[in-house]
Design a protein around this ligand. Structure first.
Ligand code: MOS
Length: 764
């Protein structure tokens, strides 16, 4: 449809709107993957390997099988073979290898058996009776330094493409010629996924061999495809339901092997089976943000103008799939340095394959580059804020393309004003409040705006209500509400007249709820669908005789509140419902695609089930990035050296903000996650047994209310046409970026202690 019927606002933000699913959530009507209790439901419990590397010698299940109420025990000896599925980015499986397919143990905590029983209690009791002995047990490598690093670009062809290594100019020559040179290493810890909702699968098969899975998934298309491939089914034979998720943060982008076991158990038992991971099973079975070591070298002239950035990252990886955590994402477009190089390496370990966690690459990378910038500022005798302003690039240094929109200066200046940066003293140990040394720190934040193909179905009903159906998922971010706003703005109706149905493979295909790309991607489809709906209604209406609209030219018809208006109202108007009844229909449906044709045959079928359809930030004429500034004030106890964040201010350019209420909430959440990463989150590994140690919420320390200071979020972006018809850029992940660096820089400002390792520990 070529004519655009509506003109949704290009104002910097949409209407602040409370979550339309809020009531359902607080009253328990929102159904999560584990909430479903189908008839004849059976419950599953996993048994995990106690060694990290070796083979199963003997697995004794007789006692478990004798337990009253036990239905089945699945092990590698009796589990039917599942088909292999590519791990992301080439598929939506979190792991490339499935457990219980052979006797191999590849990492500590790997599943070795699944018990199915009438009740959860029986399943757990029986699981505890299974004894496993192992042979060929070897010492596993589980920490960064236990194996030599390998360059990602020197692995297979795919790894070379995905390495994210890049070079511009001649960084070695430039470093040698720079007046100021800075060189340091930074370390970040392994972080465990601790979403409120644990991973859960409820699977059932019908008599025709069709599979229904309730799975907390950020990616319905991907998950549906993975289940279909595991079981050799057509995609249409798998219904994947992910209506609500209690947090994903990347841990629910892939589907993990335990979900395959649950679905297989359901098939073998001929009953629906539910498997909910226990809290301490998530880290070993799902995957984590890997630890990194990053080497930063900066060269600058005497005025602090950067000549060079070299940013090398080493991260933990599993062995089967090379997992890249490219810290360089946060440095290659950040500053106007003509010379640049990044190299990414992995340590291939006998660990659960790492996975994405909010702002993969950027969260760790921003700690390194933004601390290094602080250190360079001090070396140059400059205010760290001025060093940033001085090195602001006119265009994207990485792609060479112009920025689409960029309000980075405004973000830095607004943040500085709000925190009161002018009151900061450059000299450490000069501000004291009670027993605390007080300091301020800042860092830049950034995240690429990605886009992926999407579809959306809209259904107009006779009462003027509109239903949106999409496989897109609301991972707690507010997608239900954002998409309702997009429909409401495009059709000029109240949000309350929009019903949003998400997260079900019965609906239209969608971009992933990850990579901060869903709002812009799915929103483009939704807005297009709204336009198409109106045009179709108009085309039908002008054909109806005995109506004022009969044979009216298109330009005589405009859109009023919930209605079609003729000649500016001079010759009447019709509500959408009235128009619909005039054309003699109860409903009108449209399906809009953002991708009328795909550039290649290869991409077509895989556009929704792999990441091959994702367009990068510089895929168009301009470079589209969200950017921002993080400012914090900390207090460091003079006796105990404990670090407390006293205030946080984040100012962000994320383009047009569809819903300031939920966007603010996402950014607050990101900043809080950054505070956790900075001060307490550390997935400990027992280097002898190669096990993740502190896997429960009692031992893995995420921030609690008492840790959270007064926080402020501001927006400085504008409508960004290059990011798509909504004008919105990435929101979901940028909030965490830069936070840990801002806190570390503030600790330096408070105490004079430079901490280069996360979580920060200021004790001597
Ligand atoms: Mo995010 S790590 O793409 O959920």
């Amino acid at each position: 449809m070529s004519t655009v019927a509506t003109h949704p606002s290009h104002s910097p933000s949409g209407p602040a709107t409370p979550r339309i699913d809020g009531l359902a959530k607080v009253t328990g009507r929102a159904r999560y993957a584990a909430d479903d209790v189908p008839a004849m439901l059976a419950y599953a419990a996993l048994v995990q390997a106690t060694v990290a590397l070796g083979k199963i010698d003997c697995i004794a299940t007789a006692e478990a099988l004798k337990t009253p109420g036990v239905l089945h025990v699945l092990t590698h000896e009796n589990l039917p073979r599942l088909k292999k599925v590519s791990a992301f980015p080439m598929g939506a499986s979190g792991h490339s290898r499935l457990p219980l397919q052979d006797d191999q143990i590849r990492f500590a905590g790997q599943a070795v058996a699944l018990v199915v029983a009438e009740t959860l209690e029986v399943a757990r009791e029986a699981a505890s009776k299974i004894t496993v002995t192992y042979k060929n047990v070897q010492k596993a490598s589980a920490v960064l330094d236990s194996v030599p690093p390998e360059r990602i670009a020197k692995q297979g062809l795919m790894d070379k493409m995905l390495s994210e290594d890049s070079t511009r100019g001649d960084p070695d020559k430039a470093l040698a010629e720079s007046v100021l040179v800075f060189d340091a290493e930074y370390e970040t810890s392994r972080c465990f996924h601790m979403a409120m909702e644990p991973h859960a699968t409820t699977a059932s098969w019908d008599a025709e061999g069709n599979l229904t899975v309730r799975e907390g998934s950020q990616w319905v298309d991907g998950a549906q495809d993975v289940f279909a491939r595991w079981f050799g089914l057509k995609r249409g034979q798998v219904r994947l339901i992910s209506h609500f998720i209690g947090g994903g943060f990347g841990s629910k982008i892939g589907v993990y092997p335990h979900a395959a076991l649950a679905a297989m158990a359901a098939r073998e038992c001929g009953r629906p089976v539910k498997l909910v991971l226990e809290r301490d099973q998530i880290a070993p079975l799902v995957g984590n943000r890997p630890s990194t070591r990053q080497h930063i070298r900066l060269g600058a002239d005497s005025q602090g103008h950067l000549t060079t950035i070299v940013h090398n990252t080493l991260n933990e990886s599993g062995k089967d799939v090379v997992y890249n955590e490219p810290g360089c994402r946060s440095s290659k477009s950040a500053y106007a340095a003509p010379n640049y190089r990044s190299e990414n390496s992995v340590a291939k370990l006998d660990i659960t394959p790492p996975t994405w966690m909010r702002a993969p690459g950027d969260a760790a990378g921003s700690f390194a580059i933004e601390c290094a910038m602080d250190e360079l500022a001090i070396q140059a005798g400059l205010d760290p804020l001025h060093l940033r302003l001085r090195n602001e690039p006119e265009s994207d240094p990485d792609s060479g393309k112009p920025w689409s929109t960029r309000h980075h200066h405004e973000a830095l200046k607004a943040g500085a004003k709000t925190i009161g940066w002018s009151a900061r003293n450059a000299e450490p140990m000069t501000r004291r409040d009670g027993n605390e040394w007080v300091g301020m720190g800042m860092a830049c934040a950034s995240f690429s705006s990605l886009r992926a193909p999407s579809e959306a179905k809209l259904i107009l009903k006779a009462d003027g209500h509109v239903i949106l159906e999409s496989r897109g998922v609301d991972i707690g971010t507010g997608a239900y509400t954002a998409m309702a706003i997009v429909v409401a703005e495009a059709l000029n109706i109240p949000v309350s007249q929009v019903e949003v149905r998400l997260g079900d493979s019965l609906y239209a295909r969608s971009a992933i709820a990850g990579g901060s790309m869903m709002t812009a991607s799915l929103g483009a489809a939704v807005q297009g669908a709204a336009s198409e709906l109106l045009e179709e209604l108009i085309v039908k209406l002008v054909r109806v005789k005995h109506s004022a609209f009969h044979r009216a030219e298109r330009d005589r018809i405009s859109i009023g509140p919930g209605r079609l208006v003729l000649d500016g109202g001079e010759h009447g108007s019709l509500s959408y419902g009235e128009a619909l009844s005039l054309v003699g229909q109860d409903t009108l449906e449209v399906l809009h695609r953002t991708h009328p044709t795909f550039p290649s045959r290869l991409l077509g079928p895989k556009a929704f089930t792999t990441l091959a359809g994702v367009s990068g930030p510089s895929s168009g004429q301009a470079a589209v990035h969200s950017s921002g500034a993080q400012f914090v004030e900390v207090g460091v106890d003079a006796d105990t050296d404990s670090i407390r964040v006293r205030r946080m201010v984040g100012v962000f350019d994320c383009g047009r903000i569809i819903n300031p209420t939920t966007a603010r909430s996402q950014l607050l959440g990101g900043m809080i996650m950054g505070l956790g990463m900075a001060l307490s989150e550390k997935g400990d590994v027992d280097s002898h047994y190669a096990r993740a140690v502190n896997t429960s919420l009692g031992e893995y320390l995420v921030p609690v209310h008492a840790d959270i200071p007064p926080m402020e979020v501001q927006f400085v972006g504008e409508y960004d046409a290059a990011s798509g018809p909504l004008g919105s850029k990435a929101v979901g992940e940028i909030g965490i970026t830069g936070v840990a660096a801002a806190i570390a820089n503030a600790v330096y400002n408070a105490t004079g202690k430079r901490l280069r390792s996360l979580p920060l520990d200021a004790r001597p």
